[in-house]
Write a protein that binds this ligand. Structure first.
Ligand SMILES: [Zn+2]
Ligand SMILES: [Zn+2]
Length: 395
């Protein structure tokens, strides 16, 4: 073992001990976020708790970046060296609370940032904790990319809770669409011929999308829900509205599918005589690029904290994330750590409970350690940053 390796080993031991010491504070904030779910762009309390913690540990904090009140960047630096960013998500799911475990992401990234920043006297560089709102729709990270927040970032990292501990992660490109059919109300028994049925339009569109599903490439996903379906059984529904997501393994094919789904909605409007309004979230999420250099370092560090990751099956059980967009801008890492047994579904009551469980907080602490240690690898040996960038440019 070289002297450099030995000292990096000592540094990592110190980082592990630092996260253990921080754990009560991290858990308390994790519990508070879990117990007070806030949906995308409304995460005011989560941001207040996290930024208060980061300030207490010497970070300078800028809240409300990118014209977004619940986005922040917290910075600590010492001398010149690479810039490592840990991304903190904290939004909840509409109607389900923290059924995606973002309370654990929030505190793992804050803990990783503090533990690594406390080691900056030994390895100069800059540590950022970036607060990225609205991952579950809304695309907070896309706003931050547009505002230039990632321009000086050399590596962006976070973890996501899951049922598997896995270093590589695959995420689909996704477009979020909102539809509205407007027809005409009429007495459903007395004057049916005077009505235009907006629920019929939705049923046609829904069936059209269901049929399309049989003719799509592997991995594509089309799903949505009806928000307004009418007001009374004796009134022909005048208005229906809802949302659909169109997902695929790459952006180009996703856009092809979006056009087909648009055609289906237009056909349903034409067939029923309804008018149609389709709107789209600002910018789609794109697929996630795994950076192999960061992944290899993280895997070693996971083993160092005593975890044994499984080999991932590409695209298995894939969702989407705006971390995908970040991964097209800078070298990125988005591994998963297990917090629940394999039979538990994401976005479910059981996953919500796991996100507030002792096992969940253990994964949060393990993730904070392995993320901070990966940051330490990069700060201690900037040639690794260069390698990550070479791979980023190659893929
Ligand atoms: Zn989710
Ligand atoms: Zn999530």
């Amino acid at each position: 073992m070289s002297v450099a390796q030995a000292s990096t080993g000592q540094l990592k031991d110190a980082i592990g001990a630092r996260v253990d010491a921080l754990r009560p504070e991290l858990e308390r904030i994790g519990h508070d976020i879990h117990a007070n779910p806030e949906i995308g762009y409304e995460e005011r309390r989560a941001v207040a708790w996290l930024t208060e913690l980061l300030k207490k540990h010497g970070f300078s904090v800028d809240v409300g970046i990118a014209n977004t009140p619940t986005a922040f960047v917290a910075t600590r630096r010492n001398g010149t060296g690479p810039t490592v960013a840990f991304l903190s998500e904290y939004d909840a799911l509409r109607g389900l609370g923290h059924g995606c475990g973002h309370n654990l992401i929030a505190t793992a990234s804050a803990g990783a940032g503090i533990a690594l920043a406390d080691a900056l006297d030994r390895t100069p560089g800059r540590v950022l904790v970036i607060g990225t709102p609205a991952e579950e729709g809304g695309g907070g990270k896309i706003r931050l990319i547009r505002a230039g927040i990632f321009q000086e970032v050399d590596a962006a990292m976070m973890f996501h809770p899951d049922t598997r501990t896995q270093v590589l992660h695959w995420a689909l490109a996704v477009t979020h669409m909102h539809f509205e059919f407007i027809g005409r109300a009429a007495h459903a028994s007395g004057d049916p011929e005077k009505g235009i049925n907006a629920l019929d339009a939705f049923v046609l569109a829904y069936n059209g999308i269901s049929l399309l599903r049989q003719q799509v490439k592997d991995g594509a996903r089309l799903h949505g829900f009806l928000k307004e379906g009418g007001t009374a059984p004796n009134i022909i529904p005048e208005r229906t509205s809802g949302e659909f997501l169109v997902r695929a393994r790459d952006q180009a094919y996703m856009e092809e599918l979006v056009q087909k789904v648009k055609n289906i909605f237009q056909a349903a409007a034409l067939a029923t005589g309804c008018s149609l309004k389709l709107t789209f979230d600002e910018e789609p999420y794109v697929d996630l690029r795994n950076n192999g250099v960061l992944a290899r370092l993280f895997e070693e560090n996971l083993r160092r904290v005593g975890l044994d990751p499984v080999e991932g099956v590409p695209w298995e059980n894939a969702g989407s994330t705006d971390m995908g967009n970040v991964s097209h801008v800078v070298p990125a890492l988005h591994p998963t750590l297990s917090i629940a047994s394999a039979d538990v579904a994401g976005h479910s009551q059981a996953f919500l409970e796991a996100s507030g469980s002792p096992r969940g907080y253990q994964a949060m602490a393990d993730a904070a350690k392995a993320l901070a240690m990966t940051g330490a690898d990069l700060l201690a040996d900037p040639s690794l940053v260069e390698q990550a960038k070479v791979e980023f440019r190659r893929t």
